[in-house]
Write a protein that binds this ligand. Structure first.
Ligand SMILES: Cc1ncc(COP(=O)(O)O)c(C=O)c1O
Length: 479
């Protein structure tokens, strides 16, 4: 980023920095530099954000200008800040350091929990050619989704125990797009949106981008804090809730049927519209997907807006997801959609419809693949990181690891030096924190997972019990 693109006030920066002295290092300037690095790494200070003048920030923080200048010098040396006379000082994304060995030539990306496509998908591309040729004679705009795909997705919901009409289905460009539409249609600036904590980081970003306020309900050691969810729903009166009960990201947990009934009772009583994210529902690794607890919408049909996706079951590059909701909610979402886009690509929709004509063989192959990868990751961690705690989830695609010390960001930053990308625990919290946690997805092939864990073990050993974020890493996109 060679030029600044926005600015942040001293007041807001002080707010974002929070307890930088306590959380950072003993020396003031190092602690301030660590705080700024964290904000850049977590995306709170995007590259190109002009910072307040040194004197102004020093006054707002109640520190000397020398301290701020020393922090800025360190950050400039690390590539996190740039300055130009007359333009001020702005944040930058540092270049990822050149890999020191051949081993690190290909970064092992554990920040994106997204598997590659199974090769079988390619055949579906060939099979839809003729049908696609027919489509070319039409206008190609399907703002609610291609009728064939809507019908197939409705069949899949019905087979999973949630009777569904095609007119209750809206095809979107991924489930993240579906959440954005729901936020757009159902919330306004300042509205509260209840979320689990930890939760899917991009959902937090989407809520903030909609000018709504994420209200976290912490997850306990196991399962969900349903009493806490009920209390927060009563007290905060959220306009919307966003929950991931089928292989929660990042913990991999699944809410059982009695829990769904209790949760649904709260949602019904408080009439809280709730986006239930089923992106990971097909990755049921230990059970028979047909025997899982009924979808949340069975329990609260008027409140639940189910969003789903082909990204983890089939391939993220299809960029297809969907909403399943009462038909009038689908209409509201379509109305909101016109401001964003006018439909999803027809070819990909035909491919996905083809894949859903007989979904089971491919989904079974996907589950077997992810199950093997989960085993490889679990074994590698037990061998190389024996002090890291985790539960083996029954589904989903990640382990939520309890670290022996609050070093998650430190590991994530230093890991880039050895060619591994991971998302630190703080990305999964509404206000950061969660430094004792690290999400490790099992979405790579076993040899890559073993190698990544080996390198992470070395990095973890090096950073030991230090807590301040280090230097030298760029923004890591998370999926
Ligand atoms: C819980 C959850 N929701 C949504 C998404 C985004 O999915 P999509 O690619 O369909 O937008 C992800 C991707 O990792 C996810 O884990």
């Amino acid at each position: 980023m060679n030029a600044p693109t926005g600015r942040i006030s001293a007041r807001r920066l002080v707010l974002l920095l929070g307890q930088w002295r306590a959380a950072g290092s003993r020396q003031g300037s190092a602690g301030l530099a660590a705080g700024i690095r964290r904000l850049v790494l977590e995306g709170e200070l995007p590259p190109g954000t002009t910072l307040p003048a040194e004197r102004e920030l020093a006054a707002a923080l109640g520190v000397s200008r020398t301290l701020v200048a020393a922090a800025w010098e360190q950050l400039r040396a690390d590539g996190f800040l740039r300055s130009r006379r007359g333009s001020g000082t702005w944040t930058a994304q540092p270049n990822t350091p050149t890999a020191p060995t051949a081993l690190t030539e290909q970064p092992l990306d554990l920040a994106r929990a997204a598997p590659a496509a199974l090769p079988d998908i390619l055949a579906a591309f060939d099979r839809v050619r003729d049908r696609f040729a027919v489509e070319l004679g039409g206008h190609g705009y399907h703002e609610v989704g291609h009728p064939l795909l809507r019908a197939r997705l409705a069949e899949r919901f019905t087979a999973r125990g949630l009777p569904t009409d095609p007119d209750q289905v809206l095809v979107t460009n991924g489930s993240h797009h579906a959440l954005a539409l729901a936020l757009r249609a159902l919330t306004g600036p300042g509205d509260r949106v209840l979320v689990e904590q930890p939760t899917y980081p991009n959902a937090i970003d989407a809520i903030r981008a909609a000018h709504a306020v994420p209200v976290p309900v912490p997850m306990p050691e196991a399962g969900w804090d349903l009493a806490g969810l009920a209390a927060t729903t009563r007290q905060a009166a959220p306009r919307l809730a966003y929950l991931v009960v089928d292989f929660h990201n990042p913990t991999g947990r699944r809410l059982d049927a009695p829990g769904r009934e209790r949760l649904a009772a709260v949602l019904r009583r408080t009439r809280t519209p709730t986006v239930v994210d089923e992106t990971l529902v097909e990755l049921d690794l230990d059970g028979d997907p047909a025997d899982g607890p009924p979808p949340m919408a069975v329990f609260a049909p008027n409140q639940v807006i189910t969003v789903g996706s082909a990204s983890k079951s089939h391939w993220g590059g299809l960029r297809l997801g969907w909403v399943r909701a009462p038909a009038e909610v689908v209409h509201r979402l379509v109305a909101a959609r016109y401001a964003f886009d006018l439909g999803s690509p027809v070819f990909e929709q035909l491919v996905l419809a083809e894949l859903y004509a007989d979904p089971e063989p491919l989904l079974a192959a996907r589950r077997a693949q992810i199950r093997t990868q989960r085993g490889a990751l679990v074994d590698a961690l037990r061998e190389h990181c024996p002090s890291w705690g985790f539960e083996v989830p029954a589904g989903g695609q990640s382990l939520w690891c309890a670290l022996p010390a609050p070093i998650s960001t430190r590991i994530a930053v230093e890991a880039q030096r050895v060619g591994v990308r991971v998302a630190p625990g703080s990305r999964f919290g509404v206000h950061g924190g969660l430094e004792r946690w690290l999400r490790l997805p099992y979405t790579l092939a076993p040899p890559a997972l073993v190698e990544a864990v080996r390198r992470l073990a070395v990095v973890a050993g090096e950073v030991g019990g230090e807590t301040a974020p280090g230097a030298g890493a760029g923004l890591v996109p998370v999926a």
